[in-house]
Design a protein around this ligand. Structure first.
Ligand code: EPZ
Length: 419
């Protein structure tokens, strides 16, 4: 397993180009199962999670071609059973359930396991499929769906931790070929849901309200092929803005959409940083004052849970006491124990981290875990004293394309050690 060595004490400066959104590309690639015709998806990031999804689609019978960031997929004849040995590696594989049910009225996919950020139930997905008329059986670790036909329905997708992003996508992808009207209440409002809806509409689907909590879908008999360019990855952009906050003199993220970064920009300004933006870029620079924060993660457009770990890394050396409350994935604090190994002073109770800022962190061997926690450790290591060795770097490669190369181009000194 590769590891990376981050040499601390660096200052970052310059521009970094943001790639296509992982969390938008994954459901959009799954949605190509809904038509026999060719689809061409542009700006697909080169990540191991994307590789897993393309492998699953290939095993389902799709013809898949990839040339740099462009993926061509044709799902002329497809199977309905996703292979366990790949599905178990990536929870987001569940988003093939909706299109398989929508097109073939049948699906068999293994239940996603939990992961380091906590339990990952899909009860809301299954409730939605049942509402559309599917028979849902969970047996031997597999989810089995089948339906004679799918009938539009009124479905509430709000759970105890708010709406479900992939659940909203899954139900949309099943409903587009159902008979009649489907009303989704409590839908997720994330930009990735809007991007998926726009792709489905380009394929001929009739969808309104994407980006709000109420999405309406009018079923159509079939969908045709379409071309689509994936939106920029707002979490990659946010991660590099936090890198600029932690170790930057002036960092600009380009080819991004500032409108998707509202809560992150607001929080960084509250912490005392100078932020400016154009239509497709955001620039951060320190302006002397740095203030602790009280942050609570919420569904979009609130502060994103996927940025929580990165902010903990920043707040670890922020004067004063900060409080970070995680309401979406209450157990999502794998990064805290590793940051404490680097000298951070953090008290954790339930889903709340109280962070007492310290002068400076020190490099140490640490373990990557969940995707965003791993990125947070890289950020924390940038201004730290000494070298930080981050093991199990494959966690980072799942969601960040060449993060070490992009940070080195900004002035970092990161070595990747092949094992
Ligand atoms: C998506 O996961 C993202 N992944 C996650 O990003 C992100 O953290 C999450 O949305 C929240 O924004 C992808 O898009 C591939 P949820 P998803 O269903 O859809 C509970 C990353 O780092 N819930 O919105 O799986 C659930 O336990 C990843 O890129 C149910 O209770 O998340 C959680 O508490 C990590 N029942 C909350 O809802 C369900 O049926 C939100 O989960 C489904 C979810």
């Amino acid at each position: 397993m590769d590891k990376i060595l981050v040499h601390g004490g660096v200052r970052l400066k310059g521009d970094v180009r943001i790639g296509g959104s992982k969390n938008s590309a994954l459901p959009i690639l799954a949605a190509t199962l809904l038509t026999k015709e060719k689809c061409v998806i542009d700006r697909v990031p080169d990540l191991s999670d994307i590789h897993y999804m393309l492998t699953i689609l290939g095993r389902l019978g799709c013809e898949v071609e990839r040339a740099s960031g462009v993926v061509q997929i044709r799902a002329e004849k497809i199977l309905t059973e996703a292979p366990y040995e790949i599905v178990r590696k990536m929870r987001a594989s569940v988003c093939v359930l909706g299109p398989l049910l929508g097109r073939e009225k049948a699906a068999k996919v293994s239940l996603p396991g939990g992961c380091v950020i906590g339990d990952r139930p899909i009860d809301l997905h299954l409730k939605g499929f049942e509402s559309l008329g599917a028979k849902v059986v969970v047996k031997g670790g597999d989810i089995l769906l089948e339906a004679k036909k799918l009938q539009g329905a009124r479905i509430n997708l709000r759970g105890r931790h708010g709406p479900t992003v992939l659940g909203t996508g899954n139900i949309m992808m099943a409903a587009v070929l159902a008979e009649g009207i489907t009303d989704i209440e409590g839908a997720a409002e994330e930009p990735e849901v809007v991007d998926l809806a726009n792709f489905l509409i380009a394929m001929g689907a009739k969808i309104s309200g994407a980006g709000t909590q109420h999405i309406q879908i009018e079923g159509v008999p079939e969908l045709h092929g379409a071309n689509h360019t994936v939106i920029p990855d707002r979490i990659e952009a946010g991660t590099f803005l936090v890198a600029g906050a932690i170790a930057g003199s002036r960092v600009t993220v380009t080819r991004t959409n500032p409108a998707h970064l509202g809560a992150v920009i607001t929080a960084l300004k509250k912490a005392g940083f100078e932020l400016s933006h154009t239509s497709d870029s955001v620039t951060i620079s320190p302006n002397g004052s740095r203030r602790p924060l009280h942050i609570e993660t919420l569904p979009y457009p609130g502060f994103p849970t996927d940025m929580q770990a990165q902010f903990c890394a920043m707040l670890a050396t922020m004067d004063g006491t900060s409080v970070v409350t995680e309401t979406v994935f209450p157990q999502r604090f794998m990064h805290v124990s590793e940051l404490k190994r680097m000298g951070a002073s953090i008290d954790l109770n339930n889903h709340c981290a109280t962070i007492h800022g310290v002068e400076r962190l020190s490099g140490a061997p640490v373990m990557a875990s969940d995707l965003r926690a791993s990125a947070a450790l890289v950020l924390a290591a940038l201004p730290a004293d000494g070298i930080t060795e981050i093991n199990r770097v494959y966690h980072i490669d799942r969601g960040y394309e060449a993060i070490d190369e992009k940070l080195n181009a900004l002035g970092a000194h990161i070595e990747r050690v092949k094992s």
